[in-house]
Design a protein around this ligand. Sequence first.
Ligand code: IVH
Length: 674
Amino acid sequence: MTSPELIKDQIESLRRELERHNHSYYVLNAPTISDREFDEMMATLSRLEAEHPEFDDPLSPTHRVGSDLTKGFEQVPHIYPMLSLANTYSIEEVDDYVRRCRDGLMGEEITFVGEMKFDGTSISLIYEGGRLVRAVTRGDGEKGDVVTENVKTIPGIPLRLHGTGWPDRFEIRGEIVMPWKSFDRLNAEREEQGEPLFANPRNAASGTLKMQNPAEVSRRGLDAYFYYLLGENLPADTHYDNMLEARKWGFKVSDVMTRLHTLDEVNDFINHWDHARSELPVATDGLVFKIDSLRQQLNLGFTSKTPRWAIAYKFQAERALTKLEFVSFEVGRSGIITPVANLDPVLLSGTIVKRASLHNEDIIRQLDIHEHDMVYVEKGGEIIPKITGVDTAARQADSQPVKFVSVCPACNTPLVRVEGEAAWVCPNKYGCPPQITGRVEHFVGRRMMDIDGIGEEICEVLFATGLVRDIADIYTLTREKLMTLERFGERSADRIMEGIARSLTVPFERVLYALSIPYVGETVAKKLARATGSLDRLMEMTEEQLTAIDDIGPAIARSIREYFDSPVNRDIIARLREAGVQMEVSATRAAETTNRLNGASIVISGTFVHHSRDQYKELIELNGGKSVGSISKKTDYVLAGANMGPAKLEKASKLGIPIIDEDQFLAMIGDSAE
Ligand code: IVH
């Protein structure tokens, strides 16, 4: 017999372990076990808790429903709770499920509907009288955050329904996704701006949906697919037919949706999509099988967490086992040390993987990774392959745990740990070669000083030969000096010299961004340039004065102060100034800035002749207006070009918002199209 004490211990240790995995998955975004192992562990815990209610604990992970509630959004209760789906991981498990359904329905024939399981973030939309009245996130399943304004920016979501036959009041659920195309573009932009990348489209979609700025949400290119109609008076008595109706009302319902009549058809569907999923425009992590008949659905009902009439089948994440050759430690321009696993090359989802990020010291410790371990590498929907586990059985007896370096691998300076973070940093900002070359590389980048012809390798050569020891040295380069370098011809030297000359006209806000002041990215640099007008003014400001500027918080203010207090940086600035780099907002640019729009909130819609949409956006901001994404009561004007959408037009007229064309707008800001 097992003693109660032992069972209590087992329950406690399962709880602790599940919490640890939850944290790795949701917070660190680096799962340490597979979903399947996690589900099994959770099932064991649920069973033990059910058998031993005396050990129940309200804080057990079995009572935790994933929650996406975020501060700053209004919360409302769901009309019907938003449940999740039970998972299966093999055709056999799906077959078992199909059989269990038959038993549950006394041997009745069952038609299933096979669908894609979209890997995004779930959304519930409420329609009344054919109009979208509310969009709510899943939240904790009982109540969610109201994100209507953001959802309205998604072009695929109907704000007013098309066709006829919709119930006066109903709910439709679906998944907000970020298509691969938008995801890749967003991450490319973030990379260029030195911002952290999104690990997968799911995180990108849920992060975007919770932004406080609908205009930015609109720009990021979200999409949505719908898969569940709820309410009284639905048009049909099968799920499939209801979804076809919803499609006629304007909802995006995936073409993948298929009626399946036999077990063979279910299995063929799985086998087909296991391969074909890689061609879909959006990320998926599995399939969903639902019973088609609403009567049968009602008959089977729900458990406390999931419907009994539907099940998810999760694709096996593509995973490979390979040998860890060694761990290298790389230094970025901000001095942060990133551990990288160098692997025996292995084929994974069609590409050869040689390196995988190990993120930080905590992850190395959690994985308990040893030198030369056989490690599991996964790429399921993630951009950077990652190590998800270790085959400890294959470990050599004498192998040592991988140790994080204590000194900088490039310059030997003892590392320091960033307060409150898992990152180690090399503090030798002005002497550590990769930090210097990283800053030079950033300085010459396209969105910064835009000096063509100097890539990573040339930065290193310039540093190694002593020609460039900091960003200001770029302006001491000459054609002759460049031509002393190996493999440098006249053409490449001329190209760089032209780029350097041209960089003297780059506006001050980009110069500010190019300096690599920690926390000063492109947007912050723009704000600072506008608020201060010149570097001299900025350099004099106290932390207090800095935090008085819109959107500049204490961390940014401290970082700016620290940067300008350093004699090394002051010297660099003096030399840049001498070289003729722009140190203030140019007179013409300053003149372009007015307050003619006096805070007016303007929606841009359609296509234009005189300027691009982005240019109009900039003109609105330069003239003291706000460019917003969707029309509401608070909108002051709609700037309409050709092909403005009929829905927007109707909404603007209904709310009585003045619609102006581009000539009228240009007249308002006192500009002429020429
Ligand atoms: S049906 C009552 N169908 O998966 C169950 N869900 O693990 C209603 N999901 O929260 C959900 N694709 O966010 C359903 N074709 C699909 C789905 C789908 C993705 C998500 C959804 C749900 C989660 C459950």
